[in-house]
Design a protein. Structure first.
Length: 151
């Protein structure tokens, strides 16, 4: 299905899907930042609990992408060609959900490591929600200043 048809008739649905993908991990991020010692938070922190739930959403968009027909694949590896491919709404939603899952996974690992080292990291976790590499660098700096983890 062509991009203009999807944009014309699916604009509202794609916008809603974007916000759903962005907000699904929200409660987990809030718990990680503001309730780090809560029993429920500690159970949800496992990377094998919540990221797979987002993975189902990811697989759904991958399915839609193949069901509606892949957009024209890039002819060569150039920024212009890849950007044309990524601008397709379903490809963008697949990539956005991938980013949200990866950021959440990084945030959960950072949270677990910080708990073991007795470091409170709400700012790093907030940044990690959308900019995991930046948050990881900030956390690495704080971690380098701390001593051994508690066992």
């Amino acid at each position: 299905m062509s991009q203009w048809v999807l944009d014309t008739f699916g604009r509202q649905q794609f916008n809603e899907a974007f916000w759903i993908i962005s907000l699904i991990p929200g409660p987990v991020w809030i718990m990680l930042m503001f309730m780090p010692d809560n029993r429920i938070t500690r159970r949800l922190v496992s990377p094998w609990v919540f990221p797979p739930i987002l993975g189902i959403v990811y697989l759904y968009f991958v399915y839609l992408l193949f069901a509606h027909g892949l957009p024209t694949t890039p002819e060569d590896v150039s920024m212009k060609e890849v950007r044309r491919f990524v601008i397709h709404p379903l490809v963008f939603l697949v990539l956005w959900s991938h980013l949200m899952i990866t950021d959440l996974f990084v945030g959960m690992r950072m949270f677990e490591d910080a708990r073991r080292r007795n470091i409170y990291v709400p700012i790093e976790l907030f940044i990690c929600w959308f900019f995991a590499p930046v948050a990881l660098m900030l956390y690495a700096g704080r971690r380098a200043l701390k001593t051994q983890p508690k066992n």
